[in-house]
Design a protein around this ligand. Sequence first.
Ligand SMILES: CC(C)(COP(=O)(O)OP(=O)(O)OC[C@H]1O[C@@H](n2cnc3c(N)ncnc32)[C@H](O)[C@@H]1OP(=O)(O)O)[C@@H](O)C(=O)NCCC(=O)NCCS
Length: 267
Amino acid sequence: MSEADRKATWNTAITRVEPNRVSVRGYDIAELMGRVSFGAAVYLILTGDLASAPIARLMDAILVASIDHGATPPSALTARTVASTGATLSAAVAAGIMSINRHHGGAIEDCARQLKAIADRATSKSISLDEAASSALAAMRESGERMPGFGHRYHTKDPRTARLFELAREAGVDGVHMKAARAVEKAFADAKKALPINVDGAIGAILADLGMNPAAFNGIFMIARTPGLVAHVIEEQTREKPMRRIDPVNHGYDGPSPRGMPGTSAS
Ligand SMILES: CC(C)(COP(=O)(O)OP(=O)(O)OC[C@H]1O[C@@H](n2cnc3c(N)ncnc32)[C@H](O)[C@@H]1OP(=O)(O)O)[C@@H](O)C(=O)NCCC(=O)NCCS
């Protein structure tokens, strides 16, 4: 710590800015640029550590998985509604972000916390994860609560979750949260209620197994969804009439037809 830092009225440990040099968590930003992906930079700024290549890939996949989910999620509808009033880009995107809360995106953090509680219960009561998951679900059912991170209004087999778990396995990530998530899926299936883990639940389990702070999970969703919201606001303001009545469900799609990525079997 320099003399100037010692004399400062407060300190931040995130980024040091000096003439001609910017260091994020101690790493020169110019050296990071072109060497680390955006996912790795997000991991660095939130945890203080540089991710290994497979974990950087996993972080990138988490951000890509959440970039957009069409025009019906509350954040897209809110951003479009505000955009249709003639609001600025920042106001419309901020409005969309403000709708990311406990019931939209929040299942990431809530699921991680519930999975931790299940794992802790299994340890403290010396029972299996399967038993801890069944009793947690029974208690939730009794109190009318739902298990966050499970079930989906639209997808029965969410294409994003399987890929995220595949990348997590490739990165050697499979800790208590992911194991507890599998126990919850089994407990739902045993109770004749096949409710698969959804993308929020998968992200929550993976981020928690990466040791990240659950307080940041909703923020990671906001970081990921912002490009999608910017796209929705610009499309709303360039294609649609101001102050239109936005049907929340009945809309079509007229973008590109499905196309293969170069280098994949579909290309
Ligand atoms: C996402 C969600 C709203 C989709 O719900 P849906 O497909 O419209 O299903 P419904 O609300 O009609 O519920 C259907 C049945 O499944 C049950 N169910 C659905 N999700 C459940 C969950 N996560 N935990 C326990 N039970 C659940 C409901 O209680 C209902 O049971 P019933 O038929 O005995 O009354 C719902 O699964 C949910 O609340 N999940 C938890 C929150 C969450 O993960 N949100 C993030 C979504 S990406």
